[in-house]
Design a protein around this ligand. Sequence first.
Ligand code: ATP
Length: 340
Amino acid sequence: MSFFSSLYRDIAIDFGTTNTLIYVRGLGIVLNEPSIVARDCNTGQVLAIGQEALVMHDKLHPGIVTVRPLFNGAIGDYQAMQELIKGLINKTKMRFSLGIRHLVISIPSGITPVEKRAVRDFAQHVGAKKFYMVTNPMAAAIGIGLEVREAIGNMVVDIGGGTSEIAVISLSGIASGECLKVAGADITELIIRHLRQEYNIAVGESTAERIKITLASAYKEEKETSMEIRGINVESGLPEVRMIGSGSIRNVIAIPIGQIISSIKKCLEALVIKPELSVDIFDHGLFLVGGGALIKGIDKKIQEETNVPVHISEDPQTVVAKGAGEILENLRKYRGLYTN
Ligand SMILES: Nc1ncnc2c1ncn2[C@@H]1O[C@H](COP(=O)(O)OP(=O)(O)OP(=O)(O)O)[C@@H](O)[C@H]1O
C-alpha cells in the first residue's frame, strides 16, 4: 500500500432504523449510536445527532424537532440521512484521513430502486471512491460466520427496530425472503398505546423501551415479573405510579410476534419446491439477529411454532455491521454478494 493510499479509510456502515454502526477497516466497529437527528425548528440547523439527539428526543420543547431518517425500512428523510451519517463519520477518528476509499453500506432487503439510487448518491456525496451495497440478511449471515457461498440452506431472521427481515441464503443468493414492516418500534408503540387505554397513563418512548426490555416476553415465563412505572394520568394530568406485570405486556406483544412468526412460516413454505434447502434449515436451525432477538423467550416461541431449532447469535445487534465489515476486509472473496 502506497503512502497516499494509506491516508484513505475504508469503512462499512450498518444504517438502521434505531441504531447506526460504523466499522473501520483494520479497527472493527468504532461507533454505535442511535439513528436520530435533532434540528432547530425555525432555522433547520442540526443541533445534535446520535446519542445527544436521543437525549433531546423525549424532552423536546417546541423549538426542537427530532427525525429518524429511516422509517420501517424506507428512507423517510434523505437530508437527515446525510446529516446523520456524515456527522457520525466525523465522530469517528477519521479527521486525519484524506477521505473514504471503499464504502460498504448494508441496506434493508425491501429497499426500492429509488432508495438504492439515493444511497448511491449519498456515497458520491461523501466522496467514497468505491461503493458497495449489501442486504442486511446477507451481511448478518456473513457476520455470524455462515457459509453463504456454499450449496447449503441457511436461514437468518433479523428483527430490528423498523423491519423484520427473513431470508434463506444459499449459493451466494437469497432463495426465499420476506421483509416485514413490523419490528421493535411497533412493539414499543403498542406498549405506549396499551398503558394509555388500560390504565389511562401516558409514558414516553424511553419508558416504554425500558418496559419492553425489562418485562416483554414472547413465551410464558415460569415466574411472572412486574415493574413500577411512572407516567402522567391522561385524565387528571397528574403524575402517577403503577405496577405493571409481565403477563399483560406478553399479551400486548403477542400480535406483532405472531406476524413475525407467520412470515417465517411463509418463507419456509416457499421452500416446498426446494426440499433440500428445508432439510438443511431443519438440521442447522435458524439464526436470530437484531435487537428483537433479545426479547425474552422469542427463540422458544419460534421453535415451538415452526419446529425449527433457533439460535440467537452472539451480540445480535452488531452482527450486520460485523458482516459488512467482513465484506470490506475481503472484497474479492465476497464479490457477487454485493452490488455497486
Ligand atoms: N433487550 C431487549 N429486549 C427487547 N428488545 C430490545 C432489546 N434490546 C434492543 N431491543 C430492540 O431492538 C430494536 C433495535 O434493534 P436493531 O439495533 O437491530 O435495529 P436497527 O438495525 O436499527 O433496525 P432496522 O434493522 O429495522 O433498520 C429496538 O426496537 C430495541 O428496542
